[in-house]
Ligand binder design. Sequence first.
Ligand code: FE2
Ligand code: FE2
Length: 200
Amino acid sequence: MDFEQSQTKTNLARAFAGECQAGARYQFIAQKAMQEGKKNIQMLFKTLAKNEMAHAKVFWDLIAKNSKEEQKNIEIKAGYPFEDGELKEMIKSASNNEKSENTTIYPSFAKIAEDEGFKEIAEKFKLIALVENDHFMVLDELYNKIKDHSLYQSATQYEWKCGHCGHTQLSKKSFEICSLCEMDNGHVELTFLGNKKCCE
Ligand SMILES: [Fe+2]
Ligand SMILES: [Fe+2]
């Protein structure tokens, strides 16, 4: 299958645009979290935004690598999420978008790439879908815990860590004010989300 005529080329271009926009949306969410004093959510979304831009670069490079002709402009027609609102709602829509990327969009792009004979591209779609699944797990848990007012609670003893000064405290409920640096719980590290380390 000629890459120029393939559906895979269009799908890569759509994926590239989608990742750029996810990166932008996550930076907007990070800004909103910062304005609300939630440093931990800000840091989480900055990391996610960085991941999405890295995915965009993978797709960009695959287009460049597989094109025989020099690309000047690629036309695509696609819908992209545009959901604005409160921080909690934006986290929910981010979680939904991650889910549809990893359960529907990228698996179908991978299948088409395989059918069209582009093995390496199919592999990259699958690998990125796995990352989007991790993103979904983190965001889904974050949203549910915010909704249930349980973000700073644990069923068992947990070592809560202040992301500002590094102080840790073992308990079922995180500190509201860090006893070392006196920052509020908007600085509590959220590395427990999705059972993954998600923040820097
Ligand atoms: Fe991504
Ligand atoms: Fe993602």
